[in-house]
Ligand binder design. Structure first.
Ligand SMILES: C[S@@+](CC[C@H](N)C(=O)[O-])C[C@H]1O[C@@H](n2cnc3c(N)ncnc32)[C@H](O)[C@@H]1O
Length: 295
């Protein structure tokens, strides 16, 4: 038996071996993936792993960890293995019926909260919509961080709405967030008009979809990602359909891909209903969020 086979499988050794394994499997964040999975198997936080490097996890924990490592190696996203993802410092339950919330979407939440605070509306709850709510990440994060608002969150997917409803309950905002199965705002009767409409809609083109990493393509719902041949189709519909549902001066905030940013900006400019517009760039300097103001 070689010396390395005799070495005990401590927390540190498990992390190092697994990081190396995930690196070979092409993960973008091998160490982080290993830490999140081992912390989940040990029912502790990632930080707590750092004070337990020399400990040997018991057989039960190692079996649970090994199974998650195997599935991660086959491409299953870490968030689906542990059942949640942190977004805007809140924990959101996820499964394969919802898009896993992405860090870039936090820019959209910040923008919505900035507009909410600047609105000066105090005599009534600010009316906010979230089109394509998925796990409820945007709707819940906004409601949690801005007390004087009511959020109407829609999705075409009934299974996504179940997850979103659970997340809103967990974060204590279900009295101010209403979930509805709807194609954009078609099934929303009230309120008649919104102050802010947020959306992270599907914006991947058919050809881009074929190029996505298998971790995304094989595990997250296609209906959450793909818009059509161009990628702009659903955003175009939103820009065309929502103006009657917005207060004058209200903001429509759209997450998009940098590839279609200019095209979407032009669609909004061509609309007679929107005046001011600006982009917010992500941490890599790419245009990610388009905000347009209703005339
Ligand atoms: C990119 S995901 C965004 C999920 C979540 N808002 C987030 O940021 O993590 C897009 C969501 O829009 C929903 N969707 C797609 N087409 C829709 C439509 N026509 N009307 C309402 N929701 C739609 C999908 O089911 C999916 O949940």
């Amino acid at each position: 038996m070689s010396a390395s086979q005799q070495e005990p499988w401590t927390v540190l050794r498990l992390l190092e071996w697994t990081t190396d394994f995930f690196k070979k499997k092409g993960s973008d964040s091998p160490r982080l993936d290993a830490e999140v999975l081992l912390a989940h198997a040990r029912n502790c936080t990632r930080i707590e792993l750092y004070t337990a490097f020399g400990e040997e996890p018991g057989e039960e924990q190692r079996i649970a960890f090994r199974e998650m490592v195997r599935r991660r190696g086959e491409g299953t996203p870490v968030a689906q293995l542990v059942g949640y993802r942190e977004f805007y410092s809140l924990r959101f339950r996820v499964d394969d019926s919802v898009l896993i919330p992405r860090p870039e979407t936090e820019h959209l939440v910040i923008e919505a909260l900035d507009f909410a605070k600047a609105s000066g509306v105090t005599d009534r709850p600010l009316q906010i919509a979230d089109i394509g709510t998925g796990s409820g990440a945007i709707a819940v994060a906004v409601a949690k961080n801005f007390a004087n608002c009511e959020v109407t969150a829609v999705d075409r997917s009934a299974s996504a709405l179940k997850i979103a409803t659970w997340n809103a309950e967990q974060h204590g905002v279900s009295d101010r967030v209403t979930f509805l199965e709807s194609d954009l705002l078609a099934a929303v009767d009230a309120p008649a008009q919104f102050d802010i409409i947020c959306t992270n809609p599907p914006y991947v083109s058919d050809s881009e979809y074929d190029e996505l990493s298998p971790t995304v393509r094989d595990h997250e719902p296609k209906t959450a990602l793909v818009s059509g041949p161009l990628g702009t189709e659903i955003i175009q519909r939103i820009i065309q359909e929502v103006p009657p549902r917005m207060h004058s001066g209200g903001w429509l905030i759209i997450e998009l891909s940098p590839m279609i940013a200019e095209a979407c900006g032009q669609i909004a400019k061509d609309s007679e209903h929107f005046a001011d517009q600006h982009f917010i760039k992500d941490l890599e300097g790419h245009k990610r969020i388009l905000s347009v103001q209703r005339c």
